[in-house]
Design a protein around this ligand. Structure first.
Ligand code: ADP
Length: 479
């Protein structure tokens, strides 16, 4: 058992954050009360207390937002690319300037450690706006001889695991390509998208170019069924993704789906073991495992299994689990009560399937939604905890002897979003990247994201790519 460092509390200050008690819908450049008359609370998952009350957009509100976006489209799409780029650069710069405020709100609303929202979510969100802003006047060069043209209004629905970052993934390329948007954040994490709406208003974007409506599945369904949008963009569960796909087919709309995953993280015996252990940790425990590309299935070559397992457990023993606002925290709160229930159900299933469970001792806070980081050994390919996406800090470990065996095992999944390979041999990396059916494959690293790089999956992980030039292509049509 490794000694945990006895660190003093290092809470991030919240004094610079301005939050309203009640948030309205951002439609046509202004904040409007919902015609539905309905509201819901957004909760701090670390304390289960209400942070703010948020509007629930009904059908009429969604219709208003779509009409505002449709009205704004002709002028926005005809605006010189350089001018469109200036607006997007302005948004990017303001996110950077107010990054501490965004980071605090993201951690309050979603439960992720402040270190992650500060160092990953917010800088990456700004990077996506910067990246796309740079392309706004160069689309002819990004897609030479193809006469790129915008699609029209895009309806965009995002999940709760990376709220501001997902909003950036969706809004930045759409605007750069000359589309207008209606975006809905997830019902448990609407606050940073609403803050983004304030920035967009301050940036002087023409009214209706970006509309942000809040609500849950019904609001989302009203968006996807609406006749105006020409494009649906969705990130979330495979289950809801199937509804969205059907709505796209029914309405003859373009669609991109970024859905679930159950990624293989593969450690060969010639890998740098200490680095690989950090990669395993980052792969599954980053953001409490609420990551579609999380490395939730670990494959370790038999000869180094005992070494990797003991080092992994020792590393897990040092975890600081608790207050997301503390700068020392490694693992924060589970995003919602409902998600905690799902994860706990899988912990029970794992035990019933005969797997062996390991959880380090951690003093979980008394209130809020918490789950100790977990690993399961003695699992079989057919186990539900190996096949199904848990979306929590739960790792299933298996062993392998040969490359062919691990390729078969890794591909034995309905998903195909990501994978990780750890080895000293470049040739092995190339063999695996060709054989693994996954959209993103990391070699000797994990969970590295970059605005210039496309991201997306195969099979039940969806289709279409976000990020990079590929991400913009999804918001364009060609002659
Ligand atoms: P997760 O498993 O990450 O909670 P969901 O797929 O349930 O993901 O939710 C992702 C987003 O999809 C959220 O913004 C949610 O409100 C929205 N949503 C849920 N159900 C529907 C639906 N039937 N139609 C459109 N959007 C939906």
């Amino acid at each position: 058992m490794t000694e945990k460092w006895n660190l003093s509390a290092a809470p991030e200050s919240t004094s610079h954050v301005e939050l309203q008690d009640t948030y309205h819908l951002f439609i046509n450049g202004e904040f409007r009360k919902p015609k539905s008359g309905k509201y819901f609370d957004t909760i701090n998952p670390a304390t289960n207390t209400v942070i703010a009350t948020v509007s629930e957009a009904g059908k009429q509100d969604v219709d208003d937002a779509m009409k505002a976006a449709e009205k704004a489209f002709p002028a926005w799409s005809k605006l010189d690319g350089k001018e469109r780029g200036k607006y997007i650069f302005r948004i990017a710069r303001t996110i950077q300037e107010r990054s501490r405020e965004f980071a605090v709100i993201e951690s309050l609303d979603g439960g992720k450690p402040i270190r992650e929202s500060r160092d990953v979510d917010i800088p990456l969100a700004a990077a996506h706006f910067f990246y796309c802003a740079g392309w706004a006047d160069k689309l002819e060069y990004a897609f030479p001889n193809r006469s790129p043209k915008p699609l029209g209004v895009a309806a965009q629905i995002i999940p709760w695991n990376f709220p501001l970052l997902m909003a950036a993934w969706k809004i930045a390329p759409a605007l750069a390509c000359g589309n207008t948007v209606v975006l809905k954040p997830a019902e448990t994490t609407p606050l940073t998208a609403l803050k983004l709406a304030e920035i967009i208003q301050e940036a002087g974007l023409p009214p209706g170019v970006v509309n942000i409506v809040t609500g849950a599945g019904e609001t989302g369904a009203a968006m996807t069924a609406h006749p105006i949008p020409k494009k649906l963009a969705f990130t979330g569960s495979t289950e809801v993704g199937k509804f969205i796909y059907k709505a796209a087919l029914d309405g003859n709309k373009k669609v991109t789906l970024e859905l679930g995953g159950k990624a293989a993280n593969i450690i060969f015996d010639d890998a740098p073991i200490e680095a690989a252990v950090e990669g395993i940790i980052n792969g599954i425990y980053f953001n409490q495992g609420h990551v579609c590309c999380a490395g939730s299935r670990l494959f370790v070559q038999e000869t180094v299994y005992e070494e990797v397992l003991s080092k992994l457990k020792r590393r897990m023993d040092t975890f600081i689990v608790g207050d997301p606002m503390d700068k020392n925290t490694d693992i924060g709160a589970i995003n919602s009560k409902a998600q905690l229930k799902t994860i706990e159900e899988y912990l029970k299933i794992g035990r019933e399937e005969g797997a062996e469970i390991y959880q380090p001792k951690c003093n979980l806070p008394k209130t809020g939604n918490w789950c100790a980081p977990t690993l399961f050994t003695n699992v079989a390919q057919s186990n539900r905890i190996v096949q199904e996406e848990i979306f929590g800090p739960v790792l299933a470990i298996q062993t392998f002897r040969t490359i062919d065996e691990v390729i078969d095992k890794a591909n034995n999944t309905p998903y195909g979003l990501s994978a990780g390979v750890w080895t000293d041999k470049g040739s092995k990396i190339f063999q695996l990247t060709q054989a693994l059916k996954a959209g993103v494959i990391w070699a000797n690293t994990y969970n590295k994201f970059d605005a210039t790089s496309p991201f997306g999956g195969y099979k039940e992980s969806g289709f279409g790519r976000e990020g990079g030039i590929h991400g913009m292509e999804a918001y364009l049509k060609f002659d």
